[in-house]
Design a protein around this ligand. Structure first.
Ligand SMILES: Nc1ncnc2c1ncn2[C@@H]1O[C@H](COP(=O)(O)OP(=O)(O)OP(=O)(O)O)[C@@H](O)[C@H]1O
Ligand SMILES: [Mg+2]
Length: 313
C-alpha cells in the first residue's frame, strides 16, 4: 500500500473537556476515495480539521506523505485542499479573483490556464466575473471547491460536500471526484448521503462517538454486513407453507403469492440450486425469482440501531 496519509493514536479533547476523538488509527493510500460516515457529532469534522491544521490534536501523530502535520506544517499543508463544512465565502471579490488569490496564498506561481480549467470543470466559467455574494448557495460551494483545488493538492478533503445542494450539483460533484481520482488525487469525504459513499468511495470508515468502529472496502462491507434476500413469485397461491420449507426458513407472503428466503451473505454455503430443487420437488411452481441485496444505507442504519440497542441495555 502506497500510503499518503497516516493517522496513529489520535486523541482530541476539546477545552470544554469533551473527548471528541478516542484513539483514531487510519492509513489512506494514494489515489483512494475514502468516505467517512457517521452521525451528527461523531467527530468527522474534528478529524478533518486536525489533519488540515485547523484544530490542534491532544495527542497522536499524523503524517501527510511523510510530513508531520505539526513539525513539517508547511509541507503537509501544501499537499492538502479543504472544502469545509461551513461556507464562509460572502465576499465582494469576483469568482476569478478569489480562486486565483487562493492559489497565491500557497506561494504558487499564477497559472490562469489551470484556474480556467477548474472553473470550467465546476461549471463556474460563466460566473467568473460575478461577485461571490451574488451567487447561490450551491455555486458558493462550487467556488469553495475551486479554491481548494487551485493549488493542486494531492489530498482533497470534502466535508459534507453536497449538504443542501441540488441533485444536479451532487451529480457534478460525483463526476468531479471521478476526474480527480483519474488524475491521482486522493479524496477524503464525509457525507450523510450514504448513496454518495456507495457511488464514489473505494473504502468506507464508520466513526461513532470519536471511534472508528469499522474501516473496510466498500464492496467487502456490503458483502459482509449486507443481507441478501431471495424471492420466488409463485404461479399459484400456496395455501399453506409446507413444513419442509418452513424448517428451511422460507416465509410465505400474506397474499400467499411469494416465498422469501433471507440469508446472510456470510453463509456462502447455502446452495440456491438445492433449495430450488427442494421447492419444485414439493410441486411448488414459481414463475419468477429475484434477489435483493442491502444497500449501504440499510447496513449503516442497522449498525447504528444495533449500537443504540446495546447502549440501552
Ligand atoms: N470547539 C469545540 N468545543 C467543544 N466541543 C466541540 C467543539 N467542536 C466540536 N465539538 C464537539 O465534538 C463532537 C464532534 O463534533 P464534529 O463537528 O467533529 O462532528 P461531526 O461528525 O462533523 O458532526 P456533523 O455530522 O454534525 O458535522 C460534537 O459532540 C461536538 O459538539
Ligand atoms: Mg461535521
Amino acid at each position: 500500500m502506497n500510503t499518503i496519509l497516516s493517522i496513529s493514536n489520535l486523541y482530541k479533547t476539546y477545552q470544554s473537556g469533551f473527548q471528541a476523538l478516542k484513539g483514531i488509527n487510519l492509513e489512506i493510500s494514494k489515489g483512494e476515495i475514502f468516505a467517512l460516515l457517521g452521525q451528527n457529532g461523531a467527530g468527522k469534522t474534528t478529524l478533518i480539521s486536525i489533519i488540515c491544521g485547523i484544530v490542534n490534536p491532544t495527542s497522536g501523530q499524523i503524517l501527510v506523505d511523510g510530513n508531520d502535520i505539526i513539525k513539517d506544517y508547511r509541507e503537509a499543508r501544501e499537499l492538502i485542499g479543504l472544502v469545509p463544512q461551513e461556507l464562509s465565502t460572502d465576499s465582494f471579490e469576483t469568482v476569478w479573483n478569489t480562486v486565483t488569490f487562493s492559489r497565491g496564498l500557497y506561494g504558487k506561481a499564477p497559472e490562469p490556464a489551470l484556474i480556467e480549467k477548474i472553473l470550467k470543470d465546476l461549471s463556474l466559467w460563466d460566473k467568473r466575473n460575478n461577485k461571490i455574494m451574488t451567487l447561490s448557495g450551491g455555486m458558493k460551494r462550487r467556488v469553495m471547491i475551486a479554491k481548494a483545488l487551485s493549488h493542486e493538492p494531492k489530498i482533497l478533503f470534502l466535508d459534507e460536500p453536497t449538504a443542501g445542494v441540488d441533485v444536479s450539483l451532487r451529480k457534478d460533484m460525483w463526476n468531479l471526484v471521478k476526474i480527480l481520482k483519474n488524475n491521482g488525487t486522493t479524496v477524503i469525504l464525509t457525507t450523510h448521503y450514504i448513496e454518495e459513499a456507495e457511488e464514489m468511495a473505494d473504502r468506507i470508515g464508520i466513526i461513532r462517538s470519536g471511534e472508528l468502529i469499522m474501516v473496510d472496502n466498500k464492496l467487502a462491507l456490503m458483502n459482509k454486513l449486507g443481507k441478501k434476500e431471495l424471492t420466488l413469485q409463485l404461479q399459484q397461491p400456496l395455501e399453506n407453507l409446507p413444513k419442509e420449507l418452513d424448517l428451511l426458513g422460507l416465509v410465505l407472503s400474506e397474499d400467499k403469492y411469494e416465498l422469501t428466503y433471507h440469508f446472510d451473505a456470510n453463509d456462502g454455503d447455502i446452495d440456491i440450486a438445492q433449495l430450488l430443487q427442494k421447492i419444485s420437488n414439493l410441486g411448488v411452481v414459481f414463475k419468477d425469482l429475484y434477489t435483493k441485496q442491502s444497500s449501504l444505507e440499510e447496513i449503516f442504519v442497522n449498525l447504528v440501531n444495533a449500537e443504540a440497542n446495546t447502549n440501552e441495555a
